[in-house]
Design a protein around this ligand. Structure first.
Ligand SMILES: Cc1ncc(COP(=O)(O)O)c(C=O)c1O
Length: 416
């Protein structure tokens, strides 16, 4: 299956001398997140906010009218997202982590506990900033490796007194986007109901999750219908629209309670902007409206996820060990044992030799593929380049700065 679009605008890739990349690596202390993008030839550090938009989205951005309140693009976005999710109240915000910050401030008190299949770093960061505890309960059973472990969830609910929320992250980001099944979402909902707590979906990669459910379960339902089923079980949901939402900036929150929605709007006014803008320009909201719809195009999802599998297949052919089953938005390379800071060393070596940038998430070297940006030929080049670096002698790194939080983003190294 070929890509269901053609390319209208192109951007030349930066070409940088190896000597320069060597200096850059030293200057950024071997942390790929700190490399200035102008030195990066192919950038797979994140799929977030890095996708290409359609001509229709760009046209809608030009057409959008900028007003302080009551923007037309807000109405269209709310109406479209209500239809997509079945949620009566929708509030745009400027990105996923501001949704987290606003929601958790309203829902949590110091000492509360949040259980999840896995908390993304910013989700955990926002919970811990409120002096609350974030506990991961991932399932170990393929093919739905994004599931929450239901037995452990039951056990924790019985054991812990202060559980306030259960979050399911769809898909679970860390290992490249592992899916959560409809059954797991429904079971989690029943448990949350039993204990009278809210089930929250971090639905940033909702379309990938629905596509993977369709594929694994050989479902005849459309991706849009599966999304509706996923959302039906939740009390609250939020999105970073920078992922499956196919925009460069934006996020939103959906709630079912009028009372919570009202409190949300006060909080948005306090920290984002007037609620009908949600901290975004009207043009960004207009792009989000179309992105939500494009996200569920099954031909697009097939080719996007197909591209990730293609990259993984090249790596595997060359005996690079990757996390399997391969997820929805990235390939996670498993570190070789016995090499301290292997993923940072591999990221450094790949960048030094080729200008390709991958990221480090947990212990993995992660290649996240921006949507509608790179061709298969470029992904083949990435696969071959990473394979070559993987089998070479990697630099030995020594930690020179251990950050208090967000280790992978802020750690600094020197070579031994
Ligand atoms: C699962 C998940 N939730 C939340 C976020 C935060 O979203 P944002 O980057 O829009 O703040 C991310 C970002 O990567 C994510 O992957």
């Amino acid at each position: 299956m070929h890509e269901p679009y053609r390319i209208k605008v192109v951007e030349p890739l930066p070409r940088v001398a190896r000597r320069k990349r060597k200096d850059v690596l030293r200057a950024v202390a071997y942390n790929p997140f700190h490399i200035p993008a102008k030195y990066v030839t192919i950038d797979l550090v994140s799929d977030s906010g890095t996708g290409a938009m359609t001509a229709r989205q760009w046209a809608a951005m030009i057409e959008a009218r900028e007003d302080f309140a009551g923007q037309k693009s807000f109405e269209a976005f709310v109406e479209r997202t209500q239809r997509l999710t079945g949620f009566p109240f929708i509030q745009p915000v400027h990105q996923g982590r501001s949704a987290e910050n606003i929601l958790f401030k309203l829902l949590l008190k110091p000492g509360d506990i949040v259980l999840a299949n896995a908390h993304f770093e910013t989700t955990r960061g926002n919970i811990e900033a409120l002096h609350c505890r974030a506990v991961d309960l991932p399932s170990e059973h393929p093919p739905f490796l994004g599931n929450i472990d239901i037995d452990k969830l039951n056990e924790k609910m019985r054991e812990l007194k202060r559980v306030k929320l259960v979050i399911l992250t769809l898909t679970n980001n860390i290992k490249g986007g592992q899916p959560v099944s409809l059954k797991n979402i429904a079971q989690t909902r029943s448990i949350a109901r039993k204990y009278n707590i809210n089930l929250v979906l971090d639905a940033s990669r909702f379309a990938d999750n629905a596509y993977l459910i369709k594929e694994i379960e050989k479902s005849r339902m459309s991706v849009a219908a599966i999304c509706k089923r996923m959302f039906r079980s939740a009390d609250i949901l939020y999105f970073s629209n920078k992922k499956d939402g196919l925009v460069n900036i934006g996020g939103c929150i959906g709630v079912r309670s009028r009372q919570l929605y009202d409190r949300l709007t006060y909080e948005v006014l306090r920290q984002e902007a007037y609620p009908t803008s949600g901290g975004l320009a009207a043009r960004d909201v207009a792009a989000m409206t179309l992105g939500m719809e494009d996200a569920m195009n099954e031909n697009f999802l097939r080719t996007h996820i197909g591209g990730i599998r293609y990259l993984a297949a090249i790596l595997k052919e060359n005996r690079v060990e990757v996390f399997e089953p391969v997820g929805g938005h990235a390939v996670a390379v498993i570190p070789k044992s016995g090499h301290r800071y292997f993923s940072f060393a591999l990221a450094s070596q790949v960048f030094l030799e080729t200008g390709i940038r991958g990221g480090v998430f947990e212990e993995y070297y992660r290649l996240a593929v921006p949507r509608r940006v790179y061709t298969r030929e470029q992904l083949r080049h990435v696969g071959e380049s990473v394979s070559k670096a993987y089998s070479s002698d990697l630099p030995r790194l020594r930690l020179i700065n251990r950050p208090r939080e967000f280790f992978n983003f802020f750690a600094r190294f020197t070579t031994v």
